[in-house]
Design a protein around this ligand. Structure first.
Ligand code: AP5
Ligand code: ZN
Length: 215
């Protein structure tokens, strides 16, 4: 299956993607995680992306599309993938369509996670991520690790993302409304969008998502 996950910052895309990718046996491809890996490795791409990310703005398409394309070409993505955080504007959606079309492929679904804005603000404020693996995501209140500041999965140190400050979150939400939301209409025209509520417990949302994808 080839799936795009869309939703505001803090909706739970990364959290759900980890479970959905496992259930569907496809790789989870997150452009945010790819940028963060480049930043921690100090690559030229990471250096370029960091300023945009710290301000909550989108990294330029020229950089992002090439990076996503390279990742989608890897062997593990030959039979499908779950894209998280890409595409993030209509130009990226058009580029993805063009890449898939060239290989006679198409998307199967665009899963749209709906969450009210006050809830995403709470989710982002309490988020903590493992230094060893960005798939290990916790929340100080909703999904607290057994020991404060320590990852339950691997014992790694938990940290707060630099772009999770209140001011940057406001910019990220605005960017979502103005630049990313239009891709939902773009994909609606292709009859690909399934919208689910991302409220409730993590496993309830996963079950809802799996149900919606089966249809
Ligand atoms: P990215 O990393 O993609 O961030 P985002 O879209 O802002 O999404 P988040 O990672 O903040 O949230 P999420 O929906 O994954 O939520 P999570 O599962 O962690 O992008 C970061 C930046 O990179 C961008 O601003 C941009 O600069 C750049 N970038 C990335 N892709 C780009 C692109 N394509 N083009 C250009 N630039 C790009 O959950 C949040 C919290 O809620 C966690 O603490 C979690 O434990 C908790 N939680 C999850 N589910 C539940 C639940 N059901 N109940 C209670 N709590 C929950
Ligand atoms: Zn960990």
């Amino acid at each position: 299956m080839r799936i795009v996950l869309v939703g505001p910052p803090g909706a739970g895309k990364g959290t759900q993607a980890a479970f959905l990718a496992k259930n569907l046996d496809i790789p989870h491809i997150s452009t945010g995680d790819l940028f963060r890996a480049n930043i921690s490795q100090g690559t030229a791409l990471g250096v370029e992306a960091k300023g945009y990310m710290d301000r909550g703005e989108l990294v330029p398409d020229e950089v992002t599309i090439g990076m996503a394309q390279d990742r989608m070409k890897q062997d593990d993505a030959a039979n499908g993938f779950l894209l998280d955080g890409f595409p993030r504007n209509v130009a990226q959606a058009e580029a993805l369509d063009a890449v898939l079309k060239k290989d006679d492929m198409q998307l199967d679904a665009v899963l749209d996670l709906e969450v009210p804005e006050d809830e995403v603000v709470k989710r982002i404020a309490g988020r903590r991520i493992c230094r060893n693996d960005s798939a290990h995501v916790f929340h100080v209140e909703y999904n607290a690790p057994k020991t404060e500041g320590v990852c339950d999965v691997c014992g790694g140190e938990l940290y707060q993302r630099a772009d999770d400050s209140e001011e940057t979150v406001r910019t990220r939400l605005e960017v979502y409304h103005t630049q990313t939301e239009p891709i939902i209409d773009y994909y609606r025209a292709q009859n690909l969008v399934v919208t689910i509520s991302a409220l409730g417990k993590v496993d309830e949302v996963t079950a809802r998502a799996m149900d919606a994808l089966k249809k």
